[in-house]
Design a binder for this molecule. Structure first.
Ligand code: ZN
Length: 533
């Protein structure tokens, strides 16, 4: 055999299918796996000694918002250091394109609690992909329904007319022709929340016709979560498209303990022939703009209008009464306002890490008043963590072989502009937490299954046929780690910490990108457009 670029020697190879580890070698040339076998007699430009290491496919983060940070951090440190080699972006209905002429400002204001540091420009989806930065990891771009609806009808609180649906369809077609991999929705929040299911089915049919897939943040993840899941299944049924239910969860005290019911409902849909998968992150706290927790009538795209609504004593009385009756919008009932922690606060950064109850007590005021005051002072751009999910439900889903792993996090770094605030620890810890905490420490699942849920299962949900497994001919996206050391270190109080594990080494398309826990600076990632685009 001719000389290989890299030979990974003597590792415990877990191939991503769920099969147990076997000690074997892997040879890599031109970014691809060219041979797998015991004691390969291959010469190589570099030999990586993998004794005592697990060698697995690079992890696929099927659910991220790294499109908000990757232009500021193309090296994607927090993800690469976890062993993530591919991220799906543009989720929850939010994509950074298209922005029609003169309308980039609408997207910028709309996404201000999520992407405060990003520059938004008028651009087609084609131009967005054409100017996508060179990156360390691979990226799979989705086009978002909220973005399409904002471009066509702003935050209008009504169903779309036929003409408006056709305008959204035309924009979606352009995005798919440019290479969008799928359509995402975020039906929990305006403007997606104003859309009828028929509007989503119409767009899903367009996506399906172009070989795309559908990824949905359900219309409700709390008291109406089962109806919302049924809606997602209906979209799959009526359009024939593959459905991915992202960051699946049951929020709010009244809904805890029903994870297996959700999984059963998905299984029943599969039995009826609907293509559907789901993913989760392994934490009890969700992350959301603070404004999304308040009743929908309070929210407005015009910051001054929303601030005026929040200032009115009559409105505050109504907000308090509605929260007391129904719980928080999207999240249901929480124990108390200690469950709400400030994450990123562009205008009041000194409060990051503190809970709303703590701040309210310090000020001697009601927590709802405190939240309203806080939003006004922070130009409605506050992002919070909401502790609203039960650990039992999380573990039920972790034990299921069918639930993929997705961080719902951005690629950030401990340095530079993305190192600000207190982001959710999942940005840094999701994958080592599944492997270290849930597999190695709690023994909920064995290592081959843990790895399958973040590689082979995700690749199958995405329809990949050339990455996500360790197999000859596949892209050489490979993560090596020492299972005794690989642990998440990020916490809610101190999230900006890379995982433990000094030997962690990560290859992206055959290029060593993390070398013994150090980023090499390599930018070998590909933009994974839809195959036929
Ligand atoms: Zn979401």
């Amino acid at each position: 055999m001719s000389k290989a670029d890299i030979l990974i020697q003597g590792g415990q190879v877990i191939d991503g299918t769920g099969s147990p580890a076997i000690e074997t070698d892997i040879a890599i040339t031109n970014g691809k796996i060219v041979a797998i076998g015991p004691k390969l007699a291959t010469e190589a430009g570099r030999v990586i000694d993998a004794r005592n290491m697990v060698v697995s496919p690079g992890f696929i983060d099927i659910k991220t918002h790294s499109d908000w940070t990757v232009p500021l951090n193309p090296q994607g440190h927090s993800k690469l250091r976890q062993g993530v080699t591919t991220e799906v972006i543009g989720h929850c209905g939010y994509s950074c394109a298209p922005a029609l002429p003169g309308k980039a400002g609408i997207l910028r204001d709309y996404l201000s609690p999520s992407a405060p540091w990003l520059t938004f420009i008028d651009q087609s989806f084609h131009d967005y992909l054409g100017t996508f930065p060179k990156t360390s990891g691979n990226f799979v771009p989705l086009v978002g329904h909220n973005t399409l609806r904002l471009m066509v009808m702003g935050l209008a609180d009504r169903h779309a007319t036929d003409d408006e649906v056709n305008e959204m369809i035309a924009l979606a077609q352009e995005a798919f022709d440019a290479g969008a991999f799928g359509l995402s929705t975020g039906l929990f929040t305006p403007p997606g929340a104003f859309a009828a299911t028929e509007e989503i089915v119409a767009l899903a049919k367009i996506a399906k016709g172009r070989g795309g897939r559908y990824f949905t943040h359900l219309r409700d993840e709390a008291n109406e979560v089962f109806a919302a899941l049924d809606e997602a299944i209906r979209v799959g049924d009526e359009s024939g498209i593959h459905v991915q239910v992202v960051h699946m969860k049951l929020s709010g005290l009244d809904n805890w303990g029903r994870a297996s019911e959700m999984l059963d409902r998905i299984e029943a849909a599969r039995a009826r022939g609907i293509a559907i998968d789901c993913d989760q992150y392994p934490y009890t706290a969700a992350s959301n703009p603070l404004k999304n927790l308040l009743p929908r009538w309070v929210q407005s795209d015009k910051i001054d209008e929303m601030k005026a609504r929040l200032a009115s004593p009559e409105n505050r009385a109504r907000i308090k009464q509605e929260i007391a009756t129904h719980g928080l919008n999207n999240f249901g009932r929480i124990k108390d306002w200690d469950a709400i922690r400030i994450s990123v606060s562009p205008h009041q950064g000194q409060y990051a890490g503190r809970t709303m109850l703590d701040i309210a007590n310090e000020r001697g005021i009601d927590p709802v008043d405190c939240a309203c005051d806080y939003l006004i002072a922070d130009q409605c751009a506050t992002r919070v963590l909401v502790d609203s999910i039960s650990e039992d439900d999380i573990q039920t889903m972790i034990k299921s072989p069918d639930v993929c792993v997705g961080s719902d996090g951005n690629c950030v770094a401990t340095h530079g502009i993305t190192g600000q605030g207190r982001p959710h620890p999942r940005f840094y810890g999701t994958f080592p937490r599944i492997i270290g905490h849930y597999s190695q420490e709690l023994h909920l699942i064995d290592l081959p299954l843990a790895i399958h849920k973040m590689t082979g299962a995700s690749a199958k949900a995405l329809g990949f046929t050339d990455r996500g497994l360790l197999k000859t001919g596949y892209a050489a996206d490979i993560t090596l780690f020492d299972p005794a050391e690989f642990r998440e270190r990020a916490t809610y109080q101190d999230p900006h910490q890379y995982p433990a594990g000094d030997s962690t080494t990560v290859l992206v398309n055959g290029t060593v990108t993390i070398d013994h826990a150090e980023h090499t600076g390599a930018l070998a990632g590909d933009l994974l457009k839809r195959a036929s685009a």
